[in-house]
Design a protein around this ligand. Structure first.
Ligand SMILES: O=C(O)CCC(=O)C(=O)O
Length: 199
């Protein structure tokens, strides 16, 4: 599924938009005045064939040795419905620990992760939205999106805010991240080698 991590690196006009100003104001209400922009993400789910995004908690992608407080503001760029892959949350406590994950389908060449233990999708809460709507989740919130069965691509832009991170004092590990070996990782390592910068 085509997606761009940190798209504003490549399109600086994405910085300082009205949607960012509004999203930041809500992030400050939820996380406090220390909330800072920490990244953005653009996802394109192709018409008809865009696959579901498996159940996951965002923090499973991040560093296991770090404590995070974060808020993702997920903004579809059109109306979203059950048909085209709206956001769907799995009820639970937002302070629940990160559950075991694996690369989708157990294939370590795939960047995407999925929760290892099946979730009860009957309890999931789908969030259809009109254009201009948004959903908000933190890095422990389990969520997924359905496939795009509609005739038009489903596009979403995500802004992520966080407070200052701290080092964890326990020995938490995310073995699924060490096990991954994706084409994207290889390209990033090659670019770092070429530019002689840390990967
Ligand atoms: O847009 C999607 O399909 C998935 C987005 C997502 O999982 C996220 O923003 O954490």
């Amino acid at each position: 599924m085509p997606q761009i991590l940190n798209p504003r690196k490549y399109a600086s006009e994405l910085a300082g938009t009205l949607c960012e100003v509004n999203a930041r104001a809500i992030a400050e209400q939820i996380l406090g005045a220390g909330a800072r922009f920490s990244g953005d993400h653009a996802i394109f789910k192709p018409a008809g064939v865009g696959a579901p995004t498996s159940s996951h908690q965002d923090e499973a992608y991040w560093d296991a040795g770090t404590n995070y407080r974060s808020l993702s503001v997920w903004m579809p760029l059109q109306e979203v419905t059950l048909e085209n892959g709206c956001m769907t949350f799995i009820p639970g406590r937002s302070d629940q620990e990160i559950q075991p994950h694996q690369s989708i389908g157990g294939d370590s060449r795939i960047h995407g992760l999925e929760m290892l233990n099946p979730v009860d999708e009957a309890k999931a809460v789908a969030c259809p939205l009109p254009p201009g709507g948004a959903t908000f989740h933190d890095s422990h919130t389990a969520h997924f999106t359905g496939g795009n069965k509609s005739a038009v691509p489903r596009r979403a832009y995500i802004l992520i805010f966080g407070t200052e991170t701290t080092c964890r004092t326990d020995s938490r590990t995310f073995p699924w991240n060490n096990a991954r070996s994706t084409a994207r990782d290889a390209r990033a390592a090659e670019t770092a080698r070429t530019l002689n910068v840390p990967a």
